[in-house]
Design a protein around this ligand. Sequence first.
Ligand code: C2E
Ligand code: MG
Ligand code: MG
Ligand code: MG
Length: 293
Amino acid sequence: HAKAAGAGGYASYDPQMHSGLIARLQLEADLRRALENDEFELHYQPTIRLDNGAVVGFEALLRWRHPTRGLVPPAEFVSLAEATGMILPIGQWVLTEACRQAAEWIGASPDRPMTMAVNVSGRQFGQDDFADIVERVLAESGLAPERLCLEMTESVVMNDTEENLALLTRLKAIGVKLAIDDFGTGYSSLSYLRRFPVDTLKIDRSFVERLGQQSDDATLARTIVQLGQSLGMSTVAEGIEHSEQFLALRRMGCERAQGYYFSRPLPAIQAGAVLTGGRAALMAGNKPASMLA
Ligand code: C2E
Ligand code: MG
Ligand code: MG
Ligand code: MG
């Protein structure tokens, strides 16, 4: 195999590997240029309290404003950014920008509840100085630690569990909130879940999809809400698109939710308006009476 030849060169020519390598190098160069040219932006999806419909936070979601390809979603570049390591500077930019934006919004209305959630990749989480970076970004932005929630996927958290326990404990000591993203899709060890200082489980969209549809299956969503309750963790449902899903999750006792039903991820200007206008701004569109009940 080519890899066996080491850094010196190729032992054999594998056209597929070659074009994959070229594409990767190209993307890496593009991502580096994107960072230098400020081509990344964050969109913010509101998080809603299910009992009263209030906006209580946002999740920052990365977008790449590509000069020729337009707005590129993370699915098209995040995993390659992980593979090349470019996710480290990009992730640090995301954290910095999300904290800056959150501090600005909170500065305008300090008493309103508002938590900013930021997605953290496995690569970032594995950095030795990740907790130091978080601490420094918080200090520089002036954002109170409890206003920041770090989202890590279940597979990242449940890998290297002993090491993660130490890191999560350190992050918790800084005062930030911790959430497990896409919960239910991985293989959580219940004994670790119980020991991890995690605040929130985010119910994966695949379980929300099954609610209130023809193939109505509420079992898994309900199980996760109950698991959260028995572990003292709150639950956030992701991907709510219909009122039936909203009503079902509220009945189950799920605290918060996100989804196109409430709002798509919004550019900062519009997200800021939702925050100021609160529920009214969100309701102004097509929101049904069930949310006001
Ligand atoms: P995620 O963290 O689970 O984020 C939720 C994704 O679901 C977002 O996609 C969001 O736009 C989408 N979504 C929200 N509500 C609905 C809905 O009602 N229906 C449907 N069909 N989709 C909904 P997005 O923004 O494309 O992000 C995809 C994934 O990319 C994220 O999944 C996250 O894993 C990753 N990602 C996004 N931003 C970042 C980032 O800054 N850093 C890292 N490492 N990963 C990121
Ligand atoms: Mg997330
Ligand atoms: Mg998620
Ligand atoms: Mg997801």
